[in-house]
Design a protein around this ligand. Structure first.
Ligand code: PRT
Ligand code: ZN
Length: 299
């Protein structure tokens, strides 16, 4: 099939999003072969090819219609969108689905000795960041006048080098901040990975694959947290047991062969099932408890 008929998705070549992105595509059923340092790999069982690039290039590849889809952090998407708007343009990509990985936040952090007394303490300070447009919007919305120092990396050492008074950078565990004697004082943006698409209308067959992919992604995200739970219980305990099953819709209740008053209860729980829940279920009269992972789900 020529390129026109095959979908092309851009993902990060090597970084924090790479493994999760490949895992998501594999769980959506994509089989592919990837050679070492290969820029592109071809789907063997779906008309979907994967292009490996730097994450910062993904929005452009999608808006230039080189790729139909892209998988990238909301932080990159927002920065790109605002940068285009600042130049009087408009981003030509659409965010179509948030994904459940790559979670982090863009935060303001100050040196340990900095006396922070709310956002007004940022006034007239120099703030180092690789996200000047997202930061500028935050400062504007909070009516703060400060100087933005745009860096391309190593933001966390800018205060020590005297290049800035404080920083605005991505944080996940916070250990990088601690190691650099910085503390987080305000969140500018909550981020996670997301799927973007070209605004260009796709031919029917491609559009159909995008729809199928979205449904599968939805299914993958739902099963990640879901568990299938099976247990035995006396009918009289059913009310209490249904209340205890975390995030489940109406469970299936099956009479047990020769079990008298006892029934088997099967339910899909859309949350993780913890030991505490099992213990409560047991205390409510349940026995023979079994919790299984869910492999696939299609609502
Ligand atoms: O080479 P390329 O340009 O593709 O990669 P990159 O270096 O720009 O990106 P990469 O791989 O570091 O991150 C890719 C995406 O992962 C980001 O755009 C975010 O959407 C997401 N993400 C999630 C993170 C983090 N968590 C994260 N913690 N990106 C970066 N960090 C960095 C942060 O900048 C800081 O240096 O990790 C450090 C802080 O981590 P903690 O755990 O110490 O708080
Ligand atoms: Zn990058």
């Amino acid at each position: 099939m020529e390129r026109q008929q095959r979908l092309r998705i851009a993902i990060q070549k090597s970084g924090r999003l790479t493994d999760h992105s490949l895992d998501l595509l594999a769980r959506c059923g994509l089989k592919y072969s990837r050679g070492k340092d290969q820029l592109m790999c071809y789907g063997e069982n779906m008309p979907l090819d994967v292009l490996f690039v730097r994450d910062d290039d993904i929005p452009d590849l999608v808006q230039e219609d080189v790729c139909d889809l892209g998988l990238v952090g909301l932080n990159v998407i927002e920065e790109k969108r605002l940068a285009m708007a600042a130049r009087g343009g408009q981003a030509r990509f659409e965010m179509i689905q948030r994904l459940d990985f790559g979670r982090c936040r863009l935060s303001i952090a100050v040196p340990d000795e900095f006396v922070y007394d709310g956002l007004r303490s940022l006034a007239a300070r120099r703030i180092a960041t690789t996200y000047p447009n997202v930061l500028a919007r935050f400062l504007r919305e909070n009516s703060i006048e400060a100087e933005i120092v745009t860096l391309s990396g190593a933001v966390e050492i800018a205060p020590r080098l005297g290049r800035a008074d404080l920083i605005c950078d991505l944080v996940s565990t916070g250990s990088t901040l601690t190691a650099n004697h910085l503390r987080e004082v305000a969140t500018v943006l909550q981020s996670e990975a997301a799927l973007i698409r070209t605004p260009v209308a796709l031919p029917d067959e491609k559009a159909d694959w995008v729809r199928r992919l979205l449904l599968r992604i939805d299914g993958v995200q739902q099963v990640r947290e879901s568990k299938y739970i099976m247990l035995h219980a006396p009918r009289s305990a059913l009310g209490r047991i249904k209340q205890l099953l975390p995030g489940s819709e109406s469970p299936t209740v099956i009479p047990l062969d020769g079990g008298g008053d006892k029934v088997a209860v099967h339910a899909v729980c859309r949350e993780n099932v913890f030991w505490e829940t099992l213990e409560s279920l047991k205390a409510a009269g349940a026995s023979a408890l079994l919790v299984l992972p869910v492999e696939k789900m299609l609502p």
